[in-house]
Ligand binder design. Sequence first.
Ligand code: SF4
Length: 347
Amino acid sequence: MMTIDWKQSLKESVVDPAELAEILHLDQDEIAPVARCYPLRITRHYLGLIREKDDPIWRQCVPDERELQDLCSLPDPLNEQDLSPVPGLIHRYPDRVVWLVSNVCAVYCRFCMRKRQVGCTAATGAPADMDAALRYIRENGSIRDVILSGGDPLLLGDDRLAEILASLRSIPHVEIIRIGSRIPVTLPERITPELCVLMKRYQPIYINTHFNHPREITPRSRVACAMLADAGVPLGNQTVLLNGVNADPAVMTELFRALLAMRVKPYYLHQMDLVRGTHHFRTRVEKGLEIMTSLRGHVSGMAVPYYVVDLPGGKGKVPLLPGYERGNSGAYRLTTYTGEIVEYREL
Ligand code: SF4
């Protein structure tokens, strides 16, 4: 397969609402106000996957007026801001931290749970923040697992990434490094032989990628995942349950089977977080349970992810299984990992 310069590809992505409107035959006034509030970027690769208006790819990347109409949800329902001991670091569980090392993405997903900050120039990622985050990890011996997130960590250059990985590997109590990245989906040419060498050098590194629909699995994304797997990187996948995109048992079955066949283990199926600007993507919990019921017994257990809700307030993820009962008030009574019972009420 021809080598493509990923930095050039990134430069050529669509960021201007006027250009997007022209390509998709849209009225610019429909998308420009949305893009002023929540940034726009779509790589040519991802844009090329759109077949028609409002299809599953379109819905994930084209600004939608409904993003500005959702006013009852919170920008940060998981309370990440308050769980940050230093800027850019989220410490929610005792033994692991999420480190936001980048605030940019190859495609700005319209459903993003961090849409309050991704693509914003004022967000974290400055070198001073990086030093503070590293110091915090170094001084907290209980941290065994560091999850690099963002934005997309794989949009950092190889040198910067190597610097971060080497710093983490110099901390004896950090056992596992995880990277959350949608790059294999949106900019697969970023997975280069040089990047794979880096991944191998600082292993164990786990990469959780983010395929939401079978049409995102392309020959190029398959090559990207195969290169990482061949470099010894265990691959998982986090899918978000999205109304109008993948909230369908047949679509999910196809997606999870295809992922497993390309050495990507379906890890989480996320109930949409209650994030402002994403209301139109949200499904009922019943839909997720229906999908989980349809998977059980019909696809390999290896292809079945955990269906989880990330509880508002930063109380952590709770797996949902078919058969959960609702309380009299209509809310779900869920037990957190600390044993606390929390009522989860849908909006
Ligand atoms: S790639 Fe991830 S962090 Fe970036 S916009 Fe999409 S969901 Fe958000």
